[in-house]
Ligand binder design. Structure first.
Ligand code: FAD
Length: 355
């Protein structure tokens, strides 16, 4: 009954909008000028949920966005972090979940369908000193009246034996993304780290796990008092002090871990179903070469309740500016906000020019 209702609603909307969902998805301007002299209204740098959402909104606002999606080079995967995961179960609109790469492909197609132009190039440098800003790609350079930076961040991993082989087979950097998966439920899980993120991961995992062990190399945590209090009060969580994980064992999934006490040098092998790294993220800001104000953790600083950076007409969206939520949906939300803010700012200049 409900399905019938929705299909009728969709039919009515489609006929009212003369929407053509079957239309072939291709970039409206597949060969943009290699070295354009006239500035673009908006250039978007990045290719995850933040960039593609910004592109959808900017294109629909007639701002003709050009998206530097990045190329396949070391430490950079066009499409962003979701290209490295299988099932995404918490992005709204997909009741049974959707594979990360399929979700990204949908977003990209929607951005192209809306009118955004894609360029598979990594931005090597950006000159944000004067407007129009200059964006230097691997092969092209462009100028822009506004720039949205949505280059994401990379979750830090520890380089210990077993990590490469068992990555995403019980090893993760995101409890909120993966913690509720069936193979973690009622099992012994390990969190590595000592800051607020590690405490948050442990608290979240304790909802599903039988036991959560935080492995910390010192005898004190860096986390805030409030987070520590919550962790110490949780009967499912223990802290293994002065210790490091030296190996993760398992053939096709995590089966056990080796923990070494740094003081006594004793090592123990413990059964484990999962290991969660909470050892920080590295925002992708290298190409900015110090031109924008950053926060202590390397994320780009933005004005309160805004995506605007310390340079007017330059916006930051997604994980590159967010050290708290770091989810696809929040990145998409920031992408929307950045595009709306850029559009409004450009409208104001236009208005001033025509006055
Ligand atoms: C394994 C894994 C599983 C996850 N699972 C989930 C989940 O289930 N649900 C959820 O909500 N979130 C999940 N997340 C988190 C989610 O992926 C991120 O929060 C989200 O992708 C952030 O989006 P973003 O657009 O800010 O940047 P990213 O997704 O990080 O994309 C940014 C991309 O920009 C490009 N780029 C970088 N530098 C440049 C440059 N100089 N020039 C051009 N392009 C550049 C690169 O291709 C980079 O990958 C997961 C993350 C990981 C790592």
């Amino acid at each position: 009954m409900i399905e019938l209702y929705f299909s009728r609603v969709i039919e009515t909307i489609l006929s009212a909008c003369s929407f053509e969902p079957e239309k072939e998805i291709e970039s409206p301007d597949p060969t943009p000028p290699q070295h354009s002299l006239s500035p673009r209204e908006v250039i978007i740098i990045g290719s995850g949920p933040a960039a593609y959402t910004a592109a959808i909104y900017a294109a629909r606002a007639n701002l003709h966005p050009l998206v530097y999606e990045g190329s396949l080079v070391e430490n950079s995967l066009p499409g962003g972090q979701l290209m490295t995961t299988t099932r995404v179960e918490n992005y709204p609109g997909f009741p049974e979940g959707i594979d990360g790469p399929a979700l990204i492909e949908n977003m990209r197609n929607q951005a192209i369908y809306s009118g955004a132009t894609m360029l598979q190039e990594t931005v090597l440098e950006a000159d944000l000193g004067v407007r129009p800003f200059v964006i230097q790609g691997e092969k092209t350079h462009q100028t822009a009246l506004s720039v949205i930076i949505a280059t994401g961040a990379a979750a830090n991993r520890l380089d210990i034996p077993g990590v490469d082989r068992l990555w995403q087979k019980g090893i993760s950097t995101c409890a909120v993304c993966d913690g509720s998966l069936p193979f973690f439920r009622d099992r012994h899980l390990f969190v590595i780290g000592g800051g607020d993120s590690a405490m948050e991961e442990a608290l979240y995992l304790s909802r599903f796990a039988k036991k959560v062990s935080i492995v910390h190399r010192r005898d004190k945590l860096r986390a805030s008092q409030a987070m520590q209090k919550a962790v110490f009060a949780n009967p499912k969580i223990e802290v293994i002090w002065n210790s490091v994980m030296t190996r993760i064992n398992g053939e096709r999934k995590v089966e056990s871990v080796v923990i070494e006490n740094l003081k006594t040098k004793e090592a123990a092998t413990l059964d484990a179903a999962g290991v969660f790294f909470a050892v920080g993220h590295t925002p992708n800001t290298g190409f900015l070469k110090g031109q924008l104000a950053l926060n202590g953790d390397g994320t780009i600083q933005t004005r309160p309740d805004s995506c605007e950076t310390n340079i007017p007409y330059v916006y930051a969206a997604g994980d590159v500016r967010d050290s708290v939520y770091r989810q696809a949906i929040t990145a998409a939300g920031y992408g929307c906000q950045a595009a709306r803010e850029a559009g409004r700012a450009l409208e104001l200049i236009q208005h001033e020019v025509t006055q």
